[in-house]
Design a binder for this molecule. Structure first.
Ligand SMILES: [Zn+2]
Ligand SMILES: [Zn+2]
Length: 352
């Protein structure tokens, strides 16, 4: 094996005057510390967060030049001397975020809220490379019949909406409106149906609306007239029990809040720096409306999802809409930005 590897690195974030600078570089292959493993990356999903890093709108980092990517799966290449539970050749998915595992929130299982959380690809070198380092606590074994591509996207594109549906309290008999039908929103439909909910998909794009129905949504509501909440209240006789927001804009959050019934709960997943602006406080109070945020997922969420995959209760065969090479990532990010080709998940393969 050579001592170098290919890595997709961000050299310059986008500015008002210049586009971002992203290129495939030949870099040194990292050596695992005694407590780490080196994973040969076989698949890495392309996420809107990669775009946000390139646009320079993430709260921390990047530290340039920085390897992108945080949605990965592969095979363990080498293990550090102190690692006892994993062997070279093990097929693994890598947890998207790196919590400390020892602080007050980590010890109660809320690793996604760890104050020292770091996310590879966002504030440190990521997984769009031939190899990446990981701590054993960040690894989940991949069931034999699950592909690297599906395992990779499970760590974020599936786990993030899974966690959000739990935060939302979506289950049997609940009606949920899902606002924003990109990769995360589409997986929210799949998972909400699996949980026994009645699902209303909401988007401005007719292709996404058709696809939502195809993936099991009971209704699809076109939001392009700016009045989806009214339509949802008509369809449900007063509003959905729950709404999830995957767009990351104050306007869609407002639409989501207005789409729930009195006593309903809206869960925001989309990230934005905009301010909340929605219903008058008196109405919010008198209707006992709930508004919660949902961020990422926990190791427990990921374990549960791999169980669902292993039991073949969750089918992700339609989730990977394209596989590409590292060199094609800039183009894939552009397609994500313009929604060209309506990608659900584009996955980088052939990294080594
Ligand atoms: Zn992501
Ligand atoms: Zn912690």
């Amino acid at each position: 094996m050579s001592d170098s590897m290919a890595a997709l690195r961000l050299h310059q974030v986008r500015t008002d005057d210049a586009p971002e600078v992203l290129q495939v570089d030949e870099v040194a292959r990292p050596d695992p510390a005694p407590h780490q493993v080196l994973v040969e990356i076989r698949a890495c999903g392309v996420c809107a967060s990669d775009l946000h890093v390139a646009q320079g709108v993430t709260p921390h980092g990047p530290v340039l030049p920085q390897t992108l990517g945080h949605e990965a799966a592969g095979v363990i290449a080498t293990v550090g001397d102190e690692v006892i539970d994993w062997q070279p050749g093990d097929r693994v998915a890598i947890l998207m975020a790196r919590p400390c595992h020892v602080c007050a929130v980590c010890t109660v299982g809320r690793h996604n809220l760890c104050p020292s959380l770091s996310v590879p690809g966002i504030d440190a070198d990521g997984t769009m490379a031939g190899f990446a380092l990981a701590e054993p606590a960040a690894l989940v074994p991949i069931p034999p019949d699950v592909s690297f591509e599906q395992a990779a996207i499970t760590t974020d594109a599936v786990a993030t909406p899974y966690h959000a549906l739990k935060r939302a309290g979506v289950g049997e008999g609940v009606t949920v409106a899902i606002h924003g039908l990109g990769g995360l929103g589409m997986h929210a439909i799949l998972l909400a149906k699996l949980a026994g909910a009645t699902v209303i998909g909401v988007d401005i794009d007719p292709v996404n609306l058709d696809r939502a129905l195809d993936w099991g949504a009971d209704e699809a509501v076109d939001a392009s007239d700016g009045q989806p909440a009214r339509r949802i209240r008509e369809l449900t006789g007063g509003g959905a029990d729950r709404a999830l927001e995957f767009v990351g804009s104050a306007r869609t959050v407002d639409q989501a809040v207005k789409s729930v019934a009195p006593g309903g709960r809206t869960t925001i997943v989309g990230l934005t720096n905009e301010q909340l602006a929605t219903v008058p406080i008196a109405r919010f109070v008198s209707q006992e409306t709930e508004l919660v945020g949902s961020f990422g997922s926990t190791p427990q969420d990921l374990g549960e999802l791999f169980d669902l995959l292993e039991e073949q209760r969750l089918d992700l065969t339609r989730s990977v809409t394209a596989t590409i090479r590292l060199e094609e990532v800039p183009e894939a990010l552009h397609a994500l930005e313009t929604r060209e080709g309506h990608p659900i998940r584009t996955v980088v393969t052939g990294l080594v």
